[in-house]
Ligand binder design. Structure first.
Ligand code: ATP
Ligand code: MG
Length: 415
């Protein structure tokens, strides 16, 4: 894409009320646009990153046999009243229409997914069933803060699984956890799994996936030697205690952000919707339900919190808006201009996802924008560039290499 065509522009200042690093950088670089507290529009650069994150979790979900849906987000009030969540869930947005009919905006989708599963899962042979979606959620959060990490409208991947037996549920629970670890790691994040009580969903055990960051809202204690980790809010363990799991190290305390979680919902929802299946003996049974949330937009915010420096964002390659930033510094040199234009066409033809800064600006301005936007590699075409020697800069650490034009077209900018 030509940067001269990109309708968004970088800006020097973020809105004064945005204090979080993720919102400041994402707004300044033109990834998101703030509509009001807790509500952001995602602009072309932002959509590219969010789509990459969604692609990563989608691949993991498909690999564990889950099937993608797009559930409604404007909900009838009836299922919410049936489960008691209409009055029980404080963050639920309720809407009254002009004909005085009541609706809810989806804050989670058990009330939609369970009746759908009920219609199709009639026998134990139809189970397990795992259905998910990637989409918008709406929550009347009291305080929208930390930029895109806590919104009133936000993105989530939510998976609902239905099982004939507790054993099968336990098996799948571990399968999803492994898929989550892989997905967060591919997003450039180290996630730790805490054990926590199920909160408003159930009293059963749940796991929260936490990434250490001062921009988070949770306090956790964790062990450096093993993977043990607990949320301070619910755990009896404290900083300095010997790890209860490995007994090797004392626990450390840190701020963290919850990027995903998994719940054992038991039979609560099937009971509310009178959803039974016929087991192998011909008996009617309630299935066991699992609910697995993955915050796609919060993950994007946490990535920015973790991968940024004084000059801007430093996207991990897996989620970067473009693979490479081609910067034209040919100035008035028409031969060099032809050279960079040809390189751009050839990169596109080679299938490279490239942002081409073809704007008529000074080098300093182009580099400042490039650093702020944070594409992992920058190819610079200036007066000194020759087909045998083109400068490639790695955003992460500023490492510079000289690469030939042919090598670049074979993807050798990737070092
Ligand atoms: P939190 O304790 O942070 O409010 P939650 O327990 O309400 O999270 P879930 O309802 O299980 O979270 O949602 C699943 C995932 O969706 C969370 O792990 C988080 O990544 C994301 N999420 C939840 N609320 C928000 C929000 N207001 N803005 C952005 N992402 C959110
Ligand atoms: Mg919440």
């Amino acid at each position: 894409m030509r940067q001269s065509h990109l309708f968004t522009k970088t800006r020097k200042e973020a809105p004064a009320d945005e204090v979080s690093k993720n919102a400041q950088l994402l707004i300044r670089a033109g990834f998101v646009h703030k509509e009001m507290a807790g509500v952001y529009s995602y602009l072309p650069l932002g959509v590219r990153v969010l789509s990459k994150i969604e692609g990563i979790i989608r691949r993991e979900m498909n690999a564990i046999g889950a099937q993608e849906n797009r559930f409604a987000t404007l909900h009838p009030s009836e299922p919410w009243k049936q489960t008691g969540a209409w009055d029980g869930v404080d963050v639920l947005f309720k809407i009254m229409s002009r004909t005085e009919k009541e609706y809810a905006l989806g804050q989670s989708e058990e009330e939609i997914a369970t009746p759908i599963a009920k219609e199709y899962a009639l026998s134990y042979k139809d189970l397990p069933l795992a259905i998910y979606q990637i989409g918008q959620k709406y929550r009347d959060e009291l305080r929208a803060k930390s930029g895109i990490m806590r919104g009133r409208e936000f993105g989530m991947k939510d998976l609902y699984s239905f099982h004939a037996t507790q054993e099968d549920f336990d098996r799948y629970y571990r399968v999803v956890q492994e898929a989550y670890f892989r997905a967060f790691s591919e997003c450039g994040l180290i996630a730790k799994a805490t054990e926590a009580s199920g909160g408003s969903f159930s009293e059963k055990l749940s796991y929260e996936f936490m990434v250490l960051t001062d921009a988070g809202e949770d306090d956790i204690v964790y062990c450096d030697t093993c993977s043990h980790c607990a949320n301070v809010e619910v755990s009896s363990e404290a900083e300095g205690d010997l790890c209860t799991k490995c007994g090797q190290s004392t626990l450390k305390k840190a701020r963290a952000s919850e990027v995903g979680n998994v719940f054992d919902l038991g039979q609560k929802y099937p009971k509310a919707f009178d959803f039974t299946f016929t087991d192998a003996h011909g008996e009617a049974q309630y299935p066991i339900v699992g609910c697995f949330g993955f915050g796609t937009t919060r993950t994007m915010g946490v990535i920015v919190e973790k991968h940024a420096d004084a000059a801007g964002i430093v996207w991990p390659e897996s989620v970067a808006p473009f693979a490479v930033h081609l910067v034209d510094l040919s100035g008035s040199d028409s031969d060099k201009k032809e050279f960079v234009e040809a390189l751009y066409s050839d990169l596109l033809r080679a299938g490279t996802d490239v942002l081409y800064d073809d704007r008529d600006l000074r080098a300093g301005e182009k580099f400042a924008d490039s650093d702020l936007i944070g594409i992992p590699f920058r190819i610079v075409i200036g007066k000194q560039s020759t087909p045998d020697s083109i400068e490639v800069v790695r955003r992460k650490d500023g490492t510079v290499t000289k690469v030939s034009r042919d090598a670049i077209l074979k993807g050798a900018w990737h070092f």
